[in-house]
Design a protein around this ligand. Structure first.
Ligand code: CP3
Length: 350
């Protein structure tokens, strides 16, 4: 039995005693202990692929802060890596792929990898983390959305304007749809494997869906996420497995996102939580939406911002406190501690 299931209850809009909180990228470079473990591992990818070390870093933020959920330590880009695209991290430049998917021939070669073998290191990490957590808090599994994964597969790395993938979308929508089809089938297998290995909730990171025009978002990102939600095991070990959809920049499409059948919507900081709740709060829970840069202000200002967000939501269940995007590597961990403490104290945790 879970000792603290507040996070899962809030996602299912069941009664809670206080607002649960976790932070996107809560295990990462802002923690000196993470940097030490990563150094020992040799590289970020070796850290992801080593079961014991991935377990260790997943638990690091929980040793420091009374967080209400753990998130699997991995990366969304393990999926295109398993498709044979050759992921590597160039020092200071972020993720890169040895091969891109741009031409008709590239797309024709694309395949759904065997998740059970190619991504076994991820499900092994899930089992190991569940054991180490010993039911303290729930474990979140995750994947990138088909469109966000395609951004990296087509661009070959991070991008500021998504020129290659958007050109493909306008010029050869058939090619992009084929990539998204393969990604969708892969993500369904991948998330179901994580659920079977013990992930108690899953989040789909649609980090770049918000860069699409109205209409194109629905056609090239949302439609495929809806298929994923429909293809997931929604119950495991006698308990519901909630699904969170996070489209960064998706605040104007809340009703469409809720219609995917997800249990919760992740929001970035540009959306008013109260308005979002009035719009879709009868269908889904909401997760968010503290501006991660506000963590650079002194603790008193952090607390004021936490209070504003809690008041904007307006009490009751259905809110999971989180950042509106990943925590910056330059954040002072004491400020993250102030955030977690403020959420608990101001929402009534005794
Ligand atoms: O939240 C967590 O603590 C779990 C782990 C996690 C990581 N990446 C670890 C990571 C999760 C959930 C992700 C998701 C991810 N990865 C996304 C979606 C969320 C988002 O931020 O929009 C994306 C787009 C990626 C791709 C990715 N991975 C990028 C662009 C980078 C480099 C960015 C940077 O901060 O340098 C990564 C690397 C990465 N993934 C790091 C971590 C802790 C830093 C790598 C390091 O230790 O050097």
């Amino acid at each position: 039995m879970l000792k603290n299931d507040t996070f899962l209850r809030a996602l299912m809009r069941e009664p809670v005693e206080y607002t649960p909180v976790w932070m996107m990228r809560q295990a990462g470079r802002y923690l000196p202990e993470y940097c030490a473990t990563r150094k020992n591992a040799g590289s970020f990818l070796q850290l992801c692929k080593n079961t014991d070390l991935a377990t260790e870093v997943t638990l690091q933020p929980l040793e420091r802060f009374p967080l209400d959920a753990a998130i699997l330590f991995s990366d969304i880009l393990t999926v295109p890596d398993a498709m044979g695209l050759g992921l590597y991290f160039a020092e200071g430049e972020g993720p890169k792929f040895e091969r891109t998917v741009r031409t008709e021939a590239d797309v024709a070669k694309l395949f759904v990898p065997d998740v059970g073998t190619e991504l076994k290191y991820v499900t092994d990490a899930v089992s190991s983390i569940r054991k180490a957590l010993d039911n303290r808090v729930p474990l979140i599994g995750f994947s990138g959305s088909p469109y966000t994964l395609a951004c990296y597969m087509v661009q070959g790395g991070s991008s500021s304007d998504y020129r290659e993938i958007k050109t493909m979308m306008y010029a050869r929508p058939d090619l992009l749809h084929r990539i998204l089809e393969v990604n969708t089938l892969t993500v369904i297998d991948y998330l179901n494997a994580q659920i079977e290995a013990g992930a108690q909730a899953v989040q789909i990171f649609d980090s770049w869906g918000g860069s699409l025009p109205f209409g194109k978002y629905q056609e090239f990102s949302l439609q495929y996420m809806a298929r994923i939600v429909a293809g997931l095991k929604r119950e495991h070990d006698g308990r519901k497995v909630p699904v969170i959809v996070f489209t960064k920049g998706g605040g104007q499409w809340l009703e469409d996102i809720a219609a995917t059948g997800c249990d919760a919507i992740g929001l970035d900081w540009t959306t008013d939580l109260g308005e979002a709740r009035r719009c879709v709060g009868d269908k889904v829970a909401l997760q968010g939406n503290f501006d991660p840069i506000a963590l650079f202000a002194p603790p008193a200002a952090i607390e004021a911002e936490v209070e504003r967000i809690l008041q904007s939501y307006g009490g009751g269940t259905g809110h999971v406190f989180n950042l509106g995007h990943g925590i910056s590597q330059f954040t002072n961990p004491d400020h993250a501690a102030a955030l977690v403490a403020a959420v608990h104290r101001l929402s009534g945790k005794v």
